[in-house]
Unconditional design. Sequence first.
Length: 89
Amino acid sequence: MRFPDEVTDDVQKRLRRAEGQLRGVQRMIDEGSDCKDVVAQLAAVQAALHRTGLRLMSAGMRHCLAQPDEAAADGMTVEDMEELFLTLR
């Protein structure tokens, strides 16, 4: 399945933002920042990545609901979607 352009654009923006946040965490560690601040920033990166995964799952589920025959042709079953969704919990 190919994601719609608006989903791809949104996900790419989210990933670039998370990448910048992660670089910030690395910089904080290099600079000896307070542990509490580093962990808080790391949690923000983790949440951003989680939301990105959910965005992709949402788009995939919409595709499967709107075009079940095409989704089946792509090899995606309801069980596959459920398994992918549960990996993001």
